[in-house]
Write a protein that binds this ligand. Structure first.
Ligand code: AMP
Length: 711
């Protein structure tokens, strides 16, 4: 199990309990591998498997060829000394003309939904179920369009107008999309709020965006906003019923409360008085506040064109695997994050259907079984858990390990030939339950938002028997700016640039990355680059230079085939006293590969000559080791045991050596901490990345103690 720590992110907590999701999936994995036999039965099984493998080899299928030669996935342009790479799908990109849209009738997010209605012939659009035992119910496109328009019209009738900013603070549900589309009917702007911001940051955002109105799903969120309600907030719309005391509280604060349906009804009554005013491509569609690890949240302004361009470029790059009107997507990642938003936009643009999880992440597997999605977005954390669990289950048995290896090798060989399927003998024998745990029909997984190990990506491609594409990008360029292409199943890169942008790498001399050597800070220019931070031109200037290049803060390297590989982060580096640079996240990525490590935070100070780390041990593997070595006790007790500490220090040092870390990069001491860093305890960002200043403050006594002994 690994936690890869990195940059800042935004997501709502209700969905961030991905650990819980993984736990659900984990149980499925255990089921899937439970029957793996050992001993004599195992040998017989093994022989059977070999025979079946031979049969399978004789009957394997033919694959489809990639869209173009995989050894040349991007165009290389020269502009002075800069080597800029552009997409092979956007032939005009080399002249600075980037993709804006794919379909003439689809240039705003307002247009997208209408295109979906046409493409699907008013097919199913938004799905939900009340509880885990109920079937999914569906709104069709036209009904969703009408309800959205009514909702927007209701808000306009209450005094909102084109250009108004409206907040939404809710888990993913049909009303989220109805609100969004309702706002677009009148050129209003949607501003998502989410749990991990906390009451102060929510108040800051409402105040900064001068929002009069916020749509909330439940009582708790209404109360959180009432706690710190800024003066500009006059109205809260709620999706679920409220408690009488909440209603009384709002009344006392002179904040109007309305039910979602009340607004819809108002809009339907006055629909003739307020004609729709659809947005233009250049209008702002959303402000996405990113939480960051320090300071106030930054409001990333994205226009309709930004988002349409990005999603269109993704569809282009996906080729025949792109979502289509027969597809159904499961929605459980936070809509406050652009990865989920973009996946949904792609579905609507193509006339597909989106089914929302029922709201309890612990029941996601049941939701998936009921919905049987064909498409899902994913984050590395989730895939890591699935992978680690399966690996953990086979580790104890030679037979199980061998069978899994054979299965993965065999499916990998097929993948390299472009064959992707779920009906091989290995699927039946080994991967069926894993696949069924996610509904059994997945044909496309879109992963991004954080580094993903190549091993995990390959494993997922083999185990799920479906297309798994990895995108890289950031909110400031909507979501992805690169995406792996159809037919390329090699891991350890994030694909070539999308047609909506071009990418160059610029020197970072203090980290010894030079563009001439194909390494440097990833810079993006194109139609997906944001319009600036809301009311913060100074911060905007720190990331977008005078020539329009967005400086991402990520360090990349070009691979010979024109794909990008993310290798580092620019920001979190510091010098040790002897003048050597340390990039703690790089070390964390290496150390977190240890089976004994659940999470790790590497820390160093410029006044010291070495680095140290706080390590949260992996409870299962450490307990297994401890009981094999007759060391009793809970994880807290084990954390205080020198033998356990020695085991972990030795293992991570070994991994460091293996990864050619220099001796000053290796941690010289570790402190074992039994409780995971989490979003709830404020030590992780919502996408499970380290909040470095908070971690430093939290573990100050332990860090000081380690250093006092080392110096
Ligand atoms: P956000 O704006 O919250 O989506 O965060 C974007 C950041 O996540 C990027 O600047 C990267 O540091 C990281 N990131 C996103 N996708 C990837 C990826 N595929 N591989 C490595 N890092 C990624």
């Amino acid at each position: 199990m690994t936690v890869i720590m990195g940059s800042r992110h935004v997501l709502g907590t209700e969905m961030i309990t991905l650990i819980d999701v993984s736990v659900q999936i984990k149980h499925k994995m255990e089921d899937a591998l439970e029957w793996f036999p050992g001993g004599a039965a195992g040998a017989a099984m093994m022989a059977g498997a070999v025979a079946l493998g031979t049969y399978y080899a004789a009957t394997r299928q033919k694959g489809s060829p990639p869209m173009f030669p995989l050894d040349e996935q991007a165009f290389l342009e020269y502009e002075g000394t800069e080597m800029i790479r552009t997409s092979r799908f956007g032939k005009d990109a080399k002249d600075g003309t980037f993709l804006r849209y794919l379909f003439e009738d689809c240039r705003t997010l307002y247009d997208c939904f209408r295109r979906g209605a046409k493409e699907s012939n008013n097919g199913i659009c938004l799905g939900w179920r009340e509880t885990k035992n109920k079937p999914y119910q569906w709104l069709h496109y036209n009904e969703a369009l009408l309800r959205a328009k009514n909702f927007g019209c209701g808000l306009v009738h209450m005094g909102l107008h084109p250009g108004s900013y409206v907040g939404i603070y809710s888990i993913n549900c049909p009303e989220w999309i109805l609100t969004e589309q309702g706002l677009y009917c009148y050129s209003m702007v949607i501003v998502p709020l989410y749990d991990t911001l906390g009451a102060d940051a929510c108040a800051f955002i409402i105040n900064q965006a001068e929002m009069t109105t916020v749509i909330c799903d439940d009582d708790a969120k209404i109360n959180l906003l009432l706690d710190k309600a800024p003066k500009c907030l006059v109205r809260l719309v709620h999706i679920k019923p409220l408690k009488p005391e909440t209603i009384a509280r709002a009344k006392k604060q002179a904040i109007e409360l309305l039910r979602f349906e009340e607004v819809e009804k108002l809009g339907s009554t006055y629909s003739h008085s307020h004609r729709e005013k659809p947005p233009r491509p250049d209008d702002i569609s959303t402000i996405c506040y990113t939480s960051g690890t320090t300071g106030n949240p930054k409001g990333v302004m994205l226009s309709h064109e930004n988002i349409v361009a990005d999603v269109s470029a993704v569809l282009l790059q996906m080729g025949e695997h792109r979502p289509c009107r027969q597809d159904t997507m499961i929605s459980f990642l936070p809509l406050a994050h652009m990865l989920e938003r973009c996946c949904q936009v792609a579905m609507y643009m193509q006339g597909g259907a989106v089914g929302f999880y029922a709201g309890d992440i612990r029941n996601l597997m049941e939701d998936m079984k009921a919905l049987k999605p064909t498409v899902t977005p994913a984050v590395p954390r989730l895939l890591n858990r699935i992978h680690d669990k399966v690996m953990g289950n086979v580790n104890g048995s030679v037979v199980k390990r061998a069978m899994l290896r054979m299965a993965i090798n065999s499916k990998m060989t097929e993948l390299q030939k472009g064959i992707m399927r779920k009906n091989s003998i290995w699927d039946t024998l080994i991967f069926r339950k894993v696949q069924e745990g996610m509904g059994g029909r997945l044909r496309l997984i879109v992963v991004g938002s954080a580094p993903l190990s190549g091993q995990v990506l390959t494993f997922m491609r083999c185990a799920m028997g479906c297309v798994v594409v990895e995108g890289y990008g950031q909110t400031e360029c909507v979501a992805p700016c690169t995406l792996t292409i159809q037919g390329d199943v090699s891991p350890e890169h994030v694909g070539p640039p999308l047609a909506c942008c071009c990418i160059k790498l610029v020197d970072v001399p203090e980290m010894e990355y030079y563009a001439s050597a194909g390494q440097g800070e990833v810079c993006v220019k194109g139609t997906s680059v944001f319009k600036g931070y809301y009311k913060d031109p100074e911060r905007t200037r720190t990331v977008i230079d005078k020539d329009g290049w967005l400086h991402t803060g990520d360090i990349g390297t070009w691979l010979p085939n024109g794909t990008l590989k993310i290798i580092d982060r620019k920001k979190h580096i510091f010098k040790l006293s002897q003048g050597e640079y340390i990039a703690p996240e790089k070390l964390e990525n290496i150390y977190s590969q240890s089976q004994y490590v659940a999470q790790v935070f590497v820390y160093g100070e410029s006044l010291k000559s070495c680095v140290v780390a706080i390590v949260v041990p992996d409870v299962e593997t450490v307990k297994i080791w401890a009981s094999a070595n007759e060391i009793p006790g809970t994880l807290s007790v084990l954390c205080a045991d020198d033998r356990v500490k020695a085991l972990l220090l030795e293992d991570i040092t070994r991994l460091g050596k293996q990864a050619h870390l220099k001796s000053f990069e290796q941690v010289k001491d570790i402190y074992l901490h039994p409780d995971p860093f989490s979003v709830q305890n404020g030590l992780l960002t919502p996408t499970m990345k380290a909040k470095r200043p908070q971690l430093k403050a939290y573990f100050k006594p332990q860090l000081d103690d380690m250093y006092s002994k080392l110096n």
